[in-house]
Design a protein. Sequence first.
Length: 289
Amino acid sequence: MTIGIIGSGAMGAGIAQVVATAGHPVRLLDQNAAALEKATSSIATSLRRLAEKGKLTPEAAEAAVARLHPTETMADFADCGLVIEAIVEDLGVKQQVFRGVEAIVSAECWLASNTSSLSITAIAAACQRPERFVGIHFFNPAPLMQLVEVVPAVQTRAGLAEEVKALVASWGKRPVLAQDTPGFIVNRVARPFYGEAIRILEEGIADIATIDWALTDLGGFRMGPFALMDFIGHDVNYRVTESVFTAFFYDPRYRPSFTQKRLFEAGYLGRKTGRGFYNYAPGAVPPTP
Ligand code: NAI
């Protein structure tokens, strides 16, 4: 099955690597030529690095690289059996993109969104055939993280979520079914994790390095909340927080913070811009707990 992926950012590139490694020809589309070029070369580098580490044979890595077809034209999606969208977290933009996809693909092609927080049902509602729509929610970095949430929309035909789960499992992932509710499983649990950490900071109870250290060293988390937010990116994380808060009818448990909003407005988006809660500039001294 040929798989089309829309958006070649952090998630789209990772998903493309996963499905190309699993043997699918991949059409990787982005509206930004530079992003597409960067993704294509970083996927090839990452596959070759896996071969160097002995996690893939060199032949398997080269075969996966050869399955990857970057494109800037949706018309190249005509032969896709599945299209996964991983573009900006904006309902209107995603709906518009799927209207374009449906004009190209066959009636049998499955459609999926990697959205973290938007309603799968609302995205599907823009489609002519919403019964073939489903959420396939990967975690960052997609090639490393086992968990994938499979989320049927209200309109999804009976049985499709199970078929999608089986396909995702064939990629070596651990898919779980989740109902279409804001944040699904992990992003819902994660909101108070980030939110309370920021409130502890704002209330002057402890600084970022201390909170991160306490949760990694004593709490057993692989990353502390501030390091993790910087890794995800404050543009993505702020939008997800805002979206989950709104979708839960303004339940204060999920309220975003001004600290987070100001980082987003300043363009201090975390690792990807070199500055977030931490400073990633070369030579910057990391704070100590
Ligand atoms: P990103 O900002 O790294 O990449 C998005 C890409 O989509 C960019 O290259 C952009 O040029 C492209 N794009 C935007 N609009 C487009 C359009 N109309 N047509 C074609 N390409 C378009 O974003 P990221 O982090 O990869 O997130 C993408 C989606 O995945 C979002 O819905 C996000 O909520 C979700 N997600 C993000 C995770 C994360 O940790 N970053 C984790 C799981 C899901």
